[in-house]
Design a protein around this ligand. Structure first.
Ligand code: SF4
Length: 296
């Protein structure tokens, strides 16, 4: 009887682990060392500078399948990510929606920096005006520029999977970028462009009044936290952000950008992102889905 119970416990644990892997985009289970040789940078879907290599990332055992270490190659159709639709008759929420749409209109007409000359569509952001969590990336990529929506390419699909692995839906959160227009050829945003644009993000955050900001990647984290530190130094703990000098302090968790995760699709990177998301859920008092093993 004890053995049967132990077997059932093991099956539940393995099933939970596999579900977490699947929702984070895994399609196989690498047994160890993974090569980044040939790992392609995603063509679009958000952009992120590679963080400094985390300690211990090279000491892995051989993988069993060619291509391990890379994200699944199939590029999802953008239509797979539906537009979040929040239905409400609550006047307070409707007022928030109206104010967010007013900012979106300002962004669509914005000429504050030269990026308005090269963008196809500005990407103001989208999601729930009542979101507990606001995810913030760096800038729109090619897919986002084409559609005027944030995180709709491969990195966007991975972000959606991460959100769903947290037990949430895309329409439960708000997603935006520091920069609302795509820099040509996905180049790094300049300090002037960031300074010109970040006010829109601050206004969005003030309207939504979330409990948590998740900064995706070094660029977003540095912009929000006003620091030159590497993402490896910033992730793994909570920071504070004030959009106004005397405004409320908002919690910020920095983690790897999904685009970086796609380029460096290593178990330890996925584990670190997952640990950050678990910490976010715990901090918010939300249920935490089954815990991942330390080493997948
Ligand atoms: S990036 Fe921001 S500041 Fe520059 S044009 Fe676009 S919306 Fe305006």
């Amino acid at each position: 009887m004890t053995q049967v119970k132990e077997m059932q416990r093991l099956i539940r644990a393995v099933r939970g682990q596999l579900q977490a892997e699947l929702t984070l985009g895994a399609r196989w289970l690498p047994l160890g060392r993974v090569s980044l040789a040939g790992a392609a940078r995603p063509a679009s879907g958000g952009r992120a500078a590679a963080p400094s290599a985390p300690a211990g990332s090279a000491a892995r055992k051989p993988a069993v399948q060619a291509g391990a270490g890379r994200a699944p190659a199939a590029r999802p159709a953008a239509a797979e990510i539906p537009v979040p639709h929040v239905r409400t008759s609550d006047p307070r929420v409707l007022e928030k929606q109206r104010r967010l749409e007013a900012i979106a209109q300002q962004v669509r007409q914005c000429t504050k920096c030269p990026l308005h000359q090269t963008r196809t569509n500005p990407v103001p952001g989208e999601g729930n005006p009542e979101a507990l969590i606001v995810f913030v990336g760096e800038a729109p990529g090619a897919d986002e520029d084409a559609q005027g929506r944030p995180f709709v390419g491969r990195a966007g699909k991975l972000l959606t999977q991460i959100i769903e692995a947290m037990g949430l839906r895309r329409e439960d959160v708000y997603i935006a970028n520091v920069l609302k227009s795509r820099p040509p050829n996905n180049r790094e945003p300049s300090a002037l462009e960031m300074a010109a644009c970040i006010g829109y993000l601050y206004e969005q955050i003030e309207i939504i009044a979330p409990k948590m900001i998740v900064a995706l990647g070094a660029c977003a984290a540095r912009a929000l936290l006003n620091t030159p530190a590497a993402i490896g130094q910033l992730r793994g703990r909570f920071h504070e952000l004030r959009t106004q000098p005397l405004g409320p302090a908002l919690k910020v968790r920095a983690t790897y950008h999904p685009a970086y995760l796609l380029r460096s699709y290593l178990p330890e990177n996925r584990r670190r992102v997952w640990e950050d998301m678990q910490a976010v859920l715990r901090e918010l008092g939300l249920p935490v889905p089954p815990r991942r093993k330390q080493e997948p």
